[in-house]
Design a protein around this ligand. Structure first.
Ligand code: NAD
Length: 361
């Protein structure tokens, strides 16, 4: 086990076995942090780079109370250490949530679990941190909370060409999913703990983050990964892929490295948010298919499944606030990000013992 250097900072990454959390662990290690990762599972596609990785359920309050305590050189998570040698982390990145693409979030079948799991984790994190701060008489731990563009009101996202997702359009609230309502509730929860208990928080609203090592199959994948997988699996010539809806719904997608950079800048700033972290390069899903098809070098025909779960008709990030407060903006085109993601997903598909490369849907 490696230990933090004298002047090093410490970070706790919750949801470190997932897509964004595992990328954040990597970045924090590059930045010289001592990192503890926590998740129900270890990362699926590569070894974690965390100094310590704990598998456990963050809906368990007693577990979270132990997880937020850093033991320094005195010992690891599992060893009893006198409280005089323990301290809070410098930073917490809270990514753990019940999460998925339209096939998971918008069917209504998982609403109770999504709300219960994610809200309980957020309550546990804040209550455990508050209790630790009280015991230690400090308030140094800055907590990052990953909210989502799904909290924006549906009525501002009906026109696919002109969706409004500026931060100040959030109220009156009317998200189109329980996932979005939970994100809105938890944003308010973090802000309330900041107001009443002075806990420093930073809140971002992510807009469709994609890239290598994201879920690409199994029902929880989001559209860029799902389309890359489908295109990777069809024949080189004459392939057909299923597209949900008429494909005219619009979205923007942000490459993972850019999301990590923007989050680090937010954490290093005095600005609390909530703030959008996304790309303003809005495309229709049909255009996204064309971009993937070009990256693959395979012409594909689209077969539209009109009764599929879809979400809002149009969505795009509005980056005015983040440009103003952090001087950050997205810099990669969707095509650049898709090329890297397609190539990673193609590798995954080819590694499978049985790869249905010649099946068209
Ligand atoms: P992900 O599903 O890959 O990661 C979430 C992780 O949380 C998973 O590894 C899961 O095992 C873990 N988790 C869930 N319940 C847990 C529990 N009870 N105890 C411990 N771990 C638990 O998702 P992601 O794409 O990395 O998203 C990270 C965060 O960002 C989530 O909060 C998500 O809502 C938010 N977000 C993501 C996107 C996106 O496009 N990926 C967009 C908006 C918001």
């Amino acid at each position: 086990m490696k230990f933090m250097t004298e002047d090093g900072k410490t970070a706790l990454v919750l949801g470190a076995g997932g897509f964004i959390g595992s990328h954040m662990v990597r970045r924090l290690k590059e930045d010289g942090y001592w990192v503890r990762g926590v998740d129900l599972k270890r990362p699926e596609f590569s070894e974690t780079e965390a100094d310590e990785f704990i598998v456990g359920d963050l809906t368990d309050q007693l577990f979270v109370e132990r997880v937020v305590v850093f033991k320094g050189n005195a010992g690891n998570f599992y060893k009893f250490v006198s409280s005089k040698y323990t301290q809070p982390f410098d930073e917490i990145y809270q990514y753990a949530a019940d999460m998925g693409g339209a096939g998971y979030i918008f069917t209504g079948e998982h609403d109770a679990d999504v709300m219960n799991n994610s809200a309980t984790i957020n309550l546990n994190v804040l209550n455990s941190q508050r209790a630790l701060n009280d015991r230690k008489c400090v308030n140094k731990t800055k907590i990052f909370y990953s909210s989502s563009a799904c909290m924006y009101p549906e009525h501002n996202q009906l026109d696919p060409d002109n969706p409004d997702c500026s931060e100040d359009s959030a109220y009156p609230a009317a998200p189109d999913s329980e996932y979005g309502w939970e994100k809105l509730f938890s944003e308010r929860l973090y802000m309330a703990y900041n107001r009443n208990y002075d806990i420093p928080v930073r809140i971002a609203r992510f807009h469709n983050i994609f890239g290598p090592e994201g879920t690409y199959e199994g029902g929880k994948e989001k559209s860029p990964a799902a389309i890359c997988r489908k295109v990777a699996q069809v024949a080189d010539v004459g392939g057909r892929i299923e597209v949900w809806g008429d494909g005219e719904q619009t979205r923007s997608f942000l490459y993972i490295d850019e999301c990590i950079e923007a989050t680090r800048r937010l954490m290093n700033s005095d600005f609390m948010g909530p703030v959008n972290i996304g790309s303003e390069e809005m495309v229709s899903i049909n255009e996204l298919v064309d971009i993937v098809s070009k990256a693959a070098g395979k012409p594909v025909r689209r077969v539209h499944k009109l009764d599929a779960p879809l979400g809002v008709r149009g969505r795009n990030s509005n980056n005015d606030l983040i440009r103003e407060k952090l001087g950050w903006d997205y810099s990669q085109t969707l095509e650049e990000g898709i090329q890297k993601t397609y190539s990673w997903i193609l590798d995954q598909v080819n590694k499978k013992p049985y790869s249905p490369l010649h099946v068209s849907v």
